[in-house]
Design a protein around this ligand. Structure first.
Ligand code: MRU
Length: 343
């Protein structure tokens, strides 16, 4: 299999490594991934994360296993295990299902490996296209709010919402980014800040509950967020707190855009009500841990609710930035998302 390198994934000479994102930004530690158990654990514990990246990383792991002699039957079994590692981001299921369908139709290991390489290259390309489509919506001097982490650590390319931000910055649009810290796991505070520092994009980190006030103060002109699964009617799941951003944007008449590749569409899902939402352990809300240490501030027995994602209804969305185009509400109502399958 060819060499594939991104900000959070490295594959070269049958060696696969993942950047442990739970330790960022304090430590850049690369994990060796050799076994199914290691790959499964890395996804479940968010050492590797972000909807497109987990799909591609699982595929690269399986491709590597084929190069080491895994049979096609064993490939299908291991793919089924990884498919269950996280429930909301559909890119994982879409990548695994396309590989499994090929395997079941008699594809050779070489053909499956070629498909894995294609999935990697496709994500790089989709990110560039989303970046260009979304950046066309950005005006000189815009303040842009973003939530969670959607850049090179969440994809193998320049990212989804962060790809738009990077592209607009490179076009000289003089933007300023407001980064929601994104409780509970702080993907904004730890990861988006890390990426923006590397890109040299001016930003301000805020707590999630400060965004509405900044909107009222006129600091934010647009919001761009990623997505983990998009339904055919335009509802979409993204990191918990995205719905609150959309509501606040609506109240302040600020355009709100999800940015996603076609690999984030669930063509079997009619509305957001059908999207499975991952619930995670209570510790994530009662405290925090990372390379900086571990602290728990809530009583040990505090009852906790910790859905990792929420669903934003289509009526709060101003436009859907895809790799092919920016779709309007009218496009969505006339079934434009379903048509992406054949494009
Ligand atoms: O739980 P995570 O960190 O994997 O969640 C990631 C997000 O919600 C991103 O915004 C999403 O993957 C889509 S953009 C690449």
């Amino acid at each position: 299999m060819k060499t594939m390198i991104s900000m959070g994934l490295r594959y070269e000479d049958r060696r696969m490594q993942l950047l442990d994102q739970t330790l960022l930004p304090n430590q850049e530690h690369w994990l060796e991934i050799e076994t199914l158990e290691q790959m499964d654990e890395a996804i479940k514990s968010l050492r590797t994360r972000g909807a497109p990246l987990i799909g591609v990383a699982a595929a690269v792991f399986l491709g590597r296993a084929l190069t080491l002699g895994l049979s096609v039957d064993e490939f299908v079994q291991q793919a089924a295990v990884l498919r269950e590692s996280r429930p909301t981001a559909v890119n994982l299921m879409n990548a695994i299902d396309s590989l499994t369908a090929m395997a079941k139709q008699g594809a050779s290991p070489e053909q499956l490996i070629e498909k894995v390489e294609q999935l990697f290259d496709e994500d790089v390309d989709l990110c560039k296209r989303m970046g260009a489509n979304g950046a066309a919506l950005v005006e000189q001097g815009d303040g842009i709010l973003t939530h969670c982490n959607t850049g090179g650590l969440a994809t193998v390319g320049i990212g989804t919402a962060l790809g738009v931000i990077q592209t607009a910055h490179e076009q000289g649009k003089n933007i300023h980014v407001y980064v929601d810290e994104t409780r509970p796991l702080l993907q904004g505070g730890r990861l988006t800040t890390y990426e923006l520092e590397k890109l040299g994009v001016p930003y301000t980190l805020i707590c999630d509950n400060m965004a509405a006030r900044l909107m009222r103060d006129g600091k934010i002109q647009k919001a761009f967020v990623g997505s983990d699964r998009i339904a055919l009617n335009g509802d979409f799941a993204n990191k918990t707190g995205t719905y609150s951003v959309a509501v606040a944007c609506k109240v302040h008449s600020i355009p709100f855009y999800p940015v996603a590749p076609v690999t984030t569409v669930d063509f079997d899902c009619e509305t957001g009500d059908e999207i499975p939402i991952e619930e995670r352990v209570d510790f994530e809300v009662k405290g925090v841990k990372g390379a900086f240490g571990e602290v728990m501030w809530a009583p040990e027995n505090a009852q906790v609710y910790n859905p990792a994602f929420d669903v934003t209804p289509a009526d709060l969305v101003s436009g859907w930035v895809f790799d092919t185009a920016v779709l309007s509400k009218q496009d969505i109502e006339s079934g434009a998302i379903a048509k992406l399958k054949s494009e």
